[in-house]
Write a new protein. Structure first.
Length: 384
């Protein structure tokens, strides 16, 4: 429930970017930077949050993080100017990193690596369901009640979940607190980078964040260019991306016993590459929605494999490993809207997605070549 409610927030702003711009009297491209205002601090705080989770308790961190995100969102519903809204999104970004990455770290603590692909896939399915519903509901509520209604509705639901989680997590032994030790924290990060896969994993998700997630704030703008003015259409298109990830999550139990990890990476990269090419054609919204299903399916097929390797980088500081993973990923997401704003302005609508196609294909080839599981004992499988 915590992961689901937190992921409702992640794509909820994108469909109503034009409405925020119109209401606050700013340019649409400026309003799109609300995505960067959230993701830059999210990425920046990840190393600290990972250490906090490892030493002071993962469930405790998730509770506090969700409460902070909910509070800033509800206040944001009443923001009267753009600088205030940006400030609130920055605060939300600082705190939000203590939710989903920490949830993945808990999965890493509980599940052996040979079963982790499916377990992470299940958690991912919950998060992606939140993404889909958040994007679609945001578009519908935006058309009916405006962007403030989006903030108020999703913030209110998050408040309910935060209250439930406060009592549900009490007594859980997962992520039990331990005394903080600066030398141990530093050793944890050293253990992460001692594995050569770390550089491949973190650099790959960094560029994924730029070229794939950076385009989401401009979906509504691209639809406006083709004559589609409804926020609900943008929400449906963005929701298609999450639906593709859900389809992957549901099929993972079958895929991991029939398809090698290398094949999953290459197929996912190829699927996302094809989707980028189709996006460059700027077709009707309902066709774009189908393309974004392929987009999400391909991306998560590749990204989920990378994420499994991240959970296997270290056995003693998994929170730190996941925090570095999220830091790299969300730094890319923060840079993405800036990059696309420049690229669309100088190269037109069609060229930037084609660049994205080339980048994601290169990422798939590199990951398929260099990511291999290392054996640590007789109970550790080589991976799918």
């Amino acid at each position: 429930m915590v992961v689901f409610s937190s992921t409702l927030f992640s794509r909820a702003v994108d469909p109503v970017v034009p409405k925020i711009a119109a209401d606050l009297g700013i340019d649409v491209k400026t309003a799109a930077l609300l995505s960067s205002a959230f993701t830059f601090p999210y990425a920046f705080m990840q190393p600290a949050l990972g250490t906090i989770g490892d030493f002071f308790g993962k469930t405790r961190l998730m509770n506090a993080s969700l409460a902070a995100v909910v509070t800033t969102t509800l206040i944001g519903a009443f923001a009267s100017n753009f600088p205030l809204l940006v400030a609130l999104r920055i605060i939300a970004g600082v705190c939000a990193g203590g939710i989903f990455p920490v949830g993945v770290a808990i999965v890493g603590d509980l599940v052996p690596v040979h079963a982790r692909q499916v377990a992470i896939g299940r958690l991912l399915a919950i998060g992606l369901t939140g993404n889909v519903i958040g994007a679609v509901i945001s578009g519908v509520i935006g058309d009916l009640l405006g962007w403030r209604g989006v903030f108020f509705s999703i913030g209110g639901f998050g408040l309910l979940v935060a209250a439930i989680a406060f009592f549900a997590f009490r007594g859980m032994n997962v992520g039990k607190a331990k005394p903080f030790n600066l030398a141990a924290a530093a050793a944890g990060f050293q253990s992460v980078f001692a594995d050569p896969r770390a550089k491949v994993c973190f650099s790959s998700v960094f560029f994924e964040g730029i070229v794939i997630h950076g385009i989401f704030p401009y979906v509504a703008l691209l639809l406006l260019a083709s004559g589609q003015t409804h926020s609900s259409y943008a929400g449906i298109v963005i929701g298609g991306f999450g639906l593709g990830g859900i389809l992957l999550s549901l099929s993972l139990p079958v895929l991991v016993v029939r398809v090698t990890e290398r094949q999953l990476m290459l197929t996912g990269a190829a699927g996302a590459c094809v989707a980028f090419i189709l996006i460059s054609l700027n077709m009707s919204w309902y066709i774009q929605a189908a393309v974004f299903v392929l987009f999400g399916l391909g991306f998560y097929m590749l990204h989920n494999c990378i994420q499994v390797h991240v959970t296997d980088l270290t056995q003693t500081a998994r929170g730190a490993a996941l925090s570095m993973h999220s830091s790299a990923f969300f730094t890319g997401q923060a840079i993405g809207p800036v990059y696309y704003g420049y690229a669309f302005g100088h190269f037109g609508i069609g060229v930037p997605p084609l660049i994205g196609a080339a980048v994601i294909l290169a990422i798939g080839l590199v990951c398929a070549r260099f990511l291999r599981h290392r054996r640590r004992g007789p109970d550790l499988a080589e991976g799918p």
